[in-house]
Every structure is written in structure tokens, then in C-alpha cells.
Design a protein around this ligand. Structure first.
Ligand SMILES: C[S@@+](CC[C@H](N)C(=O)[O-])C[C@H]1O[C@@H](n2cnc3c(N)ncnc32)[C@H](O)[C@@H]1O
Length: 576
């Protein structure tokens, strides 16, 4: 059954029926419930009291849950909440004040009441009214069934955390040993944008934070991250601890900012959980724990929550933000500047028209229509998922390449390639619908991520989307280069031997150790141009002692000459 849309147990309904029968005022009822469970103002007003009384007498309809996506609603299951609280207990956490800033159905509050002995006060805040009730019902049920080990004063507040005065809560309770625990919403501001929903603070310069922009790109941020920062802003100087279930990217971003923000947090830990098992979502998530009121620390130990197996220690090390301090110490000499410019593959934002599948020599677009553009403008296309092998010499898709460099006039297509032009022109509406401002004011059918480098015959490439850090050698098809899409990065060569040397160096143990040191595998795009540009291939070249045959030795030497910039112009090889 549900009351106020909140789930309520049969035994609690019985309890209300018996105990509220002869009570007429909500204040009297509140006194009784406070006596039993410690909850302050169980009924905020007389109307709520009357509504509950009439609901338990009559049949109450079960309401459909509303769309909770804008609230990043992933309730922690009882087991996980209990295991987290048990873990904190085992580590010696014994709070007097518990704060759950977005308490949902109150699972952490219940677990805290069952495990911590010294709690004097609990404050839970929640925006969704039915959950406020469900939390209160659960707490009351707990006190009626078991006898929790402590009976603190409890406030369950129906409020938007962005309007809640955290500063005075911290100030009023500064003498209490505090645990801020919870699981803030799992939703990003861009998801809110697509839902046309607002669950954001009114005024915030959060989006323009340079560090966040640098890491997440496009000012996209997680609401859970914003709430975590609000908590640290208000509570970092209070004695106690902070323990939040968040997406892994949130911890990385907070640690990244810690260089500047210098929150008084120490003993920072990230305990990875299995979000598929616990929440049925495919996202990297973890329990983020830190001691408050500590000298600021800048690194975080990462372990598996279930096995406690050590994974890495990441954060700021020797002025650099690294994923593995141990690996970085082994390979730091490679942290420099790449002599080659790493390029991102081509981008057109019009895949249904621009990308074609091949079936027995026929080309089919994303609308399952057969098309026959002139072959000259058609190139094999590789996406991240195609870069799995060491050598790539085949492709699934083809793409129309309309320009040789960004901004090139495309009127030549009508003159020289009428079939392609007719096809593109008939589908012009799809190009005109492209939202990104990069296409604005550009010639029709413009693409991006295109230049001389795109036409290099041999490419050494890597996907930006996978955890794998090995590099593939991409070969041309009958001398015609293959293109890569914008999820991939590459350097190009006109000579296969040089491309092989580059691949060999990039896949060497030392470069791989360096990448392991700086790549965050749980980031959405773990490999970026910035990461690749940090690989000092010249250093790696000099460090490597490979056993080579004569032909390889020659290529190796040429490569060395090129990266030192000593290659004479008379040599025919081109480097992109
Ligand atoms: C990921 S759920 C977790 C709930 C609870 N902390 C738990 O561990 O089960 C996030 C909760 O935040 C609540 N919430 C979302 N936006 C909020 C806001 N602006 N203020 C307060 N609570 C909010 C949602 O309704 C939801 O109950």
C-alpha cells in the first residue's frame, strides 16, 4: 500500500490505526512519534495528519511513479547501504551527526541507525515528497520492530538541496563528529537539457569552471558532482568524514580540482562498486570517502569495494595529474611533447547520408536506400570498434569525403561528380539540420577533421573510446587511404616502414607503461589528443633497444632522423 505515494508496510498501517485512533491533534501525534523514533515533526501540519488518518481508514490508490530521470534517481539497495556503513564502522567511523543531503527512501539513514552507536542527530533532505514519507515510515517501522542501537533526534526535510542552507547546518553542528553520507543524483546538466528539466542551482559559476571544462569538455557536469562540491565547500573544515556513492568521473574531477580548491580532505579513497549489479546501470561508479578537517591531500587510493584489492593510486604527483603514481614513476621521462601532431578523425554529423554500407558492390545509406556516388569521393571508414587488431586492412563502412581541407569550396562536386552532388543535394535538409555551430556559414556538405594528414596512406591509430591503449597500423586499400572517424586519433605516414616503426615504439612496454600512468580508463573518452601529445616519442625512440634486421635498421634510422628534424628534404618520405 502507499500513502502520500510512499510505500508503507502493513504492520505500520496497523500501528497507525491503533495508536492514532484516539489522537485528535497532529502535535499530540508528533509527540508520540518523536518519543518512539526520534523523528521531529513527523506530521508537518494538521492537514497531513488528517490525510494519513483518512488514508489508513479507506482504500488508498497506488500512484504511478512519476518520471524520475531529472532527479538522477537510483536508490541504494539495503544491502549495499548496510555494507557501506559496516565498512565505515570497521574503519572506526563513529559519527554523532549524520547528514544525508538527498536521502531518497532513507536506506543510508536506516543502515546508520542499525550500525552506529553514538549518533545524536540525523538530518535527511529530499526533494521528492513521497520519499520523505517513505523515509519516515521506514524509520518508524525500524523503531517499532527492532530496537536500533541509538535513538537520535531525526529531521527528514522536504527541500531542494540547492535551496537548503548547508552553511548554517555546518555552523550549528560544528562540535559534532559528522558523517556526510549519501548517493547524490546521477544525472548531468546536458541530460537535464534533453529532458527539458531543471534540477540545478539558480546561480552557479560551476559551468564556467576551467578545470571542469578541461576534463569533461563542453561544460557538461554531473549534478552529483555539484552536490559533492557543495558539501565539501561547507563541511571540509568540520571534524568527521564524507562518504558518497558517485560516478567515477566525479572523483576524478574533484581530485583534479583539488590542486586549486585545496579542500581540507585527506585519506581520500575510491572504492569501486559494480553499478550494473547494484543499480542495473552501465556506468563506472564508486564509493568516494575522505576524512574532513585534514591537511589537504591530492591523491586518491583506488580499490575494489568487494575484494579490497588495490587498483591504483591516482591524482596529483610531481605537478602532474596521473592515473597511476607507480607507473608514472617508471615512465615519467616520456612525459613531454610529441614530435608529431596527433589528429582526430573526420566528423560530419550526418552519418545516415554520409556513411554507406557495402553489399556485393552496392552502396546502402542509413535509410536503407541504394546510392551510387562516384567512387573517387568514396573512402573506407574505420570507427573505434574497428581498431581492434594490430594491422587493419579491411573496413565495414565507406564514407563520402567532400573536402580535402576544412572550409574548402564544395562547388566542384556539382561539376565533377554529378551523381554524388545529386545525392547530397537531394538530402541537403539533413546537412542543414546539423546543430553544431562549426557547420554554420561553411560551404554545403562541409566536414571537419580533414586535411592533408587525412590522406596519408599509412596511419598509426588508436580509439579514444576504449580502455585499450595499443595502436593499430591502418593500411590503404589499393593505395587509397582509409579514413577514421572522430572517435579515433592517428598520425599518418606515406611510408609503411616508418609507420611500422612508429607503431612499434607506441606499443613498446615503456610507452604502454606511460599511457597506463596517465590514462583514466573509466573516462568516457579515455584517450584524447592531449594525452597523445604528451608522449615524447623521441625519448622513447632513444630508450628502446630493439633487435632489428637490416631493413628495419634503415627504417629505424630514418625515423630517428625525422624526429630529430634532421631529415633532408631530398628524401621522398612525407611526414604528417
Ligand atoms: C541517486 S538517488 C539516491 C537516494 C538515496 N541517497 C540513496 O542512497 O538511496 C538521488 C536522490 O536525490 C533526490 N534528489 C534529486 N535532486 C534533488 C534535489 N535537488 N534536492 C534534494 N534531493 C534531490 C532524488 O529524488 C533521489 O531520491
Amino acid at each position: 500500500m502507499r500513502i502520500f505515494e510512499a510505500k508503507i508496510s502493513g504492520s505500520l498501517i496497523e500501528f497507525f490505526k491503533i495508536n492514532l485512533k484516539n489522537i485528535c491533534s497532529f502535535k499530540q501525534a508528533n509527540n508520540l512519534l518523536k518519543e518512539l523514533s526520534g523523528i521531529n515533526s513527523f506530521f508537518p501540519n494538521a492537514a497531513c495528519f488528517a490525510a494519513l488518518k483518512s488514508s489508513i481508514e479507506e482504500h488508498t490508490p497506488v500512484f504511478e511513479e512519476s518520471d524520475r530521470r531529472a532527479y538522477g534517481d537510483f536508490q541504494t539497495n539495503e544491502n549495499l547501504a548496510a555494507n557501506i556503513v559496516q565498512h565505515l564502522c570497521n574503519k572506526g567511523t563513529s559519527p554523532e551527526l549524520i547528514i544525508e543531503p538527498t536521502c531518497g527512501k532513507g536506506r543510508f539513514i536506516i543502515a546508520a541507525l542499525q550500525h552506529f552507536k553514538a549518533i545524536k542527530k540525523i538530518v535527511g533532505i529530499e526533494i521528492y515528497y513521497p520519499y520523505v514519507w517513505e523515509t519516515k515510515f521506514e524509520i518508524l517501522d525500524l523503531f517499532l520492530k527492532d530496537k536500533p542501537i541509538s535513538k537520535p533526534e531525526i529531521e527528514i526535510i522536504h527541500e531542494d538541496i540547492f535551496n537548503f542552507d548547508l552553511e548554517s547546518l555546518a555552523e550549528k553542528n560544528k562540535n559534532l563528529n559528522t558523517l556526510v553520507i549519501g548517493n547524490p543524483p546521477w544525472v548531468t546538466n546536458s541530460e537535464l537539457g534533453t529532458l527539458n528539466a531543471k534540477n540545478l542551482p539558480q546561480k552557479s559559476n560551476f559551468k564556467s569552471h576551467k578545470g571542469i571544462d578541461a576534463i569533461t569538455g563542453k561544460g557538461n557536469f554531473d549534478i552529483g558532482e555539484y552536490i559533492s562540491l557543495q558539501i565539501l565547500n561547507n563541511f571540509d573544515k568540520c571534524k568527521g568524514e564524507f562518504a558518497f556513492l558517485v560516478k567515477s568521473s566525479v572523483v576524478k574531477n574533484i581530485l583534479y580540482q583539488q590542486w586549486k580548491s585545496k579542500y581540507c580532505i585527506g585519506n581520500i579513497r575510491k572504492l569501486n562498486i559494480d553499478a550494473k549489479k547494484e543499480f542495473n546501470v552501465s556506468v563506472d561508479a564508486c564509493l568516494f570517502i575522505a576524512n574532513l578537517n585534514s591537511a589537504p591531500e591530492y591523491t586518491c587510493k583506488e580499490v575494489d569495494f568487494y575484494s579490497r584489492e588495490k587498483i591504483t593510486e591516482f591524482g596529483w604527483h610531481k605537478d602532474k595529474f596521473v592515473h597511476s603514481i607507480t607507473d608514472y614513476n617508471k615512465a615519467e621521462s616520456l612525459d613531454g611533447k610529441s614530435p608529431f601532431v596527433w589528429r582526430q578523425g573526420m566528423k560530419h554529423d550526418c552519418s545516415k547520408i554520409m556513411e554507406l554500407d557495402r553489399f556485393n558492390g552496392h552502396f546502402i545509406n542509413g535509410f536503407k536506400q541504394e546510392v551510387s556516388p562516384e567512387k573517387k569521393l568514396l573512402f573506407g571508414l574505420l570507427k573505434s570498434s574497428d581498431l581492434k587488431n594490430e594491422v587493419i586492412n579491411s573496413y565495414r563502412k565507406t564514407t563520402i569525403v567532400t573536402q580535402k581541407k576544412v572550409g574548402q569550396d564544395t562547388s566542384y562536386i556539382k561539376r565533377e561528380y554529378p551523381k554524388t552532388y545529386n545525392y547530397l543535394n537531394n538530402n541537403r535538409a539533413y546537412f542543414d539540420r546539423r546543430k553544431s555551430s562549426i557547420y554554420r556559414g561553411k560551404p554545403p556538405f562541409s566536414i571537419f577533421g580533414i586535411g592533408d594528414y587525412s590522406f596519408a596512406k599509412y596511419k598509426v591509430a588508436i580509439s579514444g573510446m576504449y580502455k585499450r591503449t595499443t595502436f593499430s597500423l591502418v593500411l590503404p586499400e589499393n593505395d587509397k587511404p582509409l579514413m577514421l572517424d572522430d572517435t579515433c586519433y592517428f598520425i599518418g605516414f606515406d611510408n609503411i616502414e616508418l609507420a611500422r616503426v612508429a607503431q612499434e615504439i607506441l606499443n613498446s612496454d615503456i610507452v604502454q607503461a606511460f599511457l597506463k600512468a596517465i590514462v583514466f580508463p573509466d573516462a568516457k573518452r579515455s584517450i584524447t589528443k592531449d594525452i597523445l601529445m604528451r608522449i615524447d616519442l623521441e625519448k622513447a625512440y632513444h630508450l628502446l633497444q630493439l633487435e632489428l634486421n637490416i631493413a628495419e635498421k634503415a627504417a629505424w634510422k630514418s625515423f630517428g632522423d625525422i624526429i630529430k628534424g634532421k631529415k633532408e628534404k631530398s628524401n621522398q618520405m612525407t611526414l604528417f
